[in-house]
Design a protein around this ligand. Structure first.
Ligand code: B12
Length: 377
């Protein structure tokens, strides 16, 4: 690669740093080093219900198809380290989801960068990707020197640990790749594998989404398997266990000032279950700008019902009993489980459940309730 590629890389990296990204690096636009791991992961069905990853696999396996040209990937990282968050009245949400949505924040910054580079006459349009795009982000980020691959599959940085987001700008120009920093590694540590409440890490670097609480509370649109419901514990959206036990990142600077705290993250679980402003529109407006919108209203209510069953309170009991009469079969079945798990010793609960099962018209919800009742002490 010539001096022009080096000069252009310096300009691009400087512009990216200027926009406040915590980490930046460049990798060539080519198939990801971990292409084989991705193929195996899909073939094993570890992607659970995330069919879109399968549909995008051709482009993921060769990102040159996205730009339809050769080029480079500018990878940017934004730290989101912050203190753990406990919702008043019980329940936890993953730290990344506490503030405003990183997809917007990182996406806007990358858009600005693309326009700046265009104005400098450096690059044509390019393409920004944040999370849901057709790219194996961590593999390219590793190649661009942003961090090292770990047993939890998270990309780790010596200072930020796993607590940073990724976003990329694919550019149709040749840029000198960033030299990869000295390799760090997990060494003999397997804290994430040992701590995962659902054994969702069957081997180093591989997450089976079918067992991962993050998948079930964020991406799964259906019922959460019975076997995992108690293991959900307090996690009402996402799960940080594999990140929290990681020795890296415990001293990462707090970023609450950047992302703030979205009002949704302060909302009690009983209100997730039965929103006070009880219309779709008002609810959508309330949650707008929060990463929690990803689970949708029904998913949040389902998660809340299960967590309220794992952490029983009087207030939760009332909310769960009301939810048995709600309009979503998914939520009715989850509320049924919540009452059965957390309130089995309360007077009259068995009769309440039996009546709910009798009037249930949705066959899937009724089957779920019967499974729950079969385990009622
Ligand atoms: C699908 C998805 C999920 C799924 C599946 C997770 C998974 N591990 O595959 C679910 C919903 C479970 C999920 C959960 C989470 N996710 Co997610 N997710 C994605 C997404 C969209 C695609 C990932 C993918 O393609 N998976 C397939 C596998 C093969 O890819 P991979 O895990 O990235 O591959 C790495 C490992 O397999 C590793 N590896 C492979 N073999 C081996 C062998 C050894 C020995 C080792 C050490 C490593 C290793 O190398 C690969 C490249 O680094 C990416 C964004 C993107 N477009 O890439 C975000 C992304 C990976 N998620 C992210 C985050 C923040 C999370 C959560 C922390 C959210 C939370 N708190 O609940 C958890 C963490 C779970 C975990 N330990 O991975 C960040 C991770 C940032 C980082 N620093 O690593 C990403 C990059 C989004 C972003 N733009 O910031 N996620």
């Amino acid at each position: 690669m010539g001096r022009d590629a080096q000069k252009a890389a310096n300009i691009v990296l400087e512009a990216a740093h200027g926009l406040g990204f915590d980490l930046v690096g460049i990798a060539p636009l080519r198939p990801p080093r971990r292409a084989e791991a991705f193929r195996r992961w899909l073939a094993a069905g570890h992607h659970a219900g995330m069919d879109w990853l399968e549909r995008q696999s051709e482009r993921i396996l060769d990102p040159r198809r996205i730009l339809e040209s050769e080029g480079s990937i500018l990878v940017c990282g934004v730290s989101h380290a912050r203190a753990p968050l406990e919702i008043e009245g019980g329940g936890r949400i993953a730290r990344y989801a506490a503030g405003r949505d990183y997809h917007n924040l990182v996406g806007k910054k990358l858009g600005k960068l693309a326009r700046r580079l265009e104005a400098l006459g450096l690059a044509g349009r390019g393409r920004t990707i944040v999370d849901a795009g057709p790219l194996l982000e961590r593999s390219h980020a590793n190649e661009a020197g942003l961090g090292f691959e770990s047993r939890s599959a998270n990309l780790l940085h010596p200072t930020f640990g796993p607590w940073f987001f990724l976003g990329e700008l694919l550019l149709p120009i040749e840029l000198e790749p960033t030299p990869t920093p000295p390799a760090a590694s997990c060494g003999t540590c397997s804290a994430c594998i040992d701590a995962c409440p659902t054994d969702a890490i069957p081997e180093a670097g591989v997450i089976d989404a079918n067992r991962c609480l993050s998948y079930h509370t964020i991406e799964n649109r259906g019922t959460i398997p019975h076997e995992l419901r108690k293991k959900l514990g307090e996690w009402a959206f996402g799960c940080d266990v594999c990140s929290e036990v990681c020795p890296y990142g415990s001293a990462a600077p707090d970023t609450e000032a950047t992302f703030g705290l979205h009002r949704g993250a302060e909302t009690r679980l009983v209100d997730w279950l039965a929103p006070r402003k009880n219309t779709e529109v008002a609810d959508a407006e309330f949650w707008n700008g929060s990463p929690l919108t990803r689970a949708k209203r029904e998913g949040r209510a389902r998660n809340a019902a299960l967590v309220l069953g794992n952490r029983p309170t009087d207030e939760g009991h009332k909310a769960l009993t009301r939810a048995l009469e709600g309009d979503s079969p998914l939520v009715r079945a989850a509320a049924f489980w919540g009452l059965s798990n957390g309130h089995r010793d309360d007077r009259g609960v068995r009769e309440v459940l039996e009546r709910a099962l009798q009037r249930e018209e949705d066959s899937d919800a009724a089957a779920d309730m019967r499974t729950t009742l079969a385990h009622f002490g």
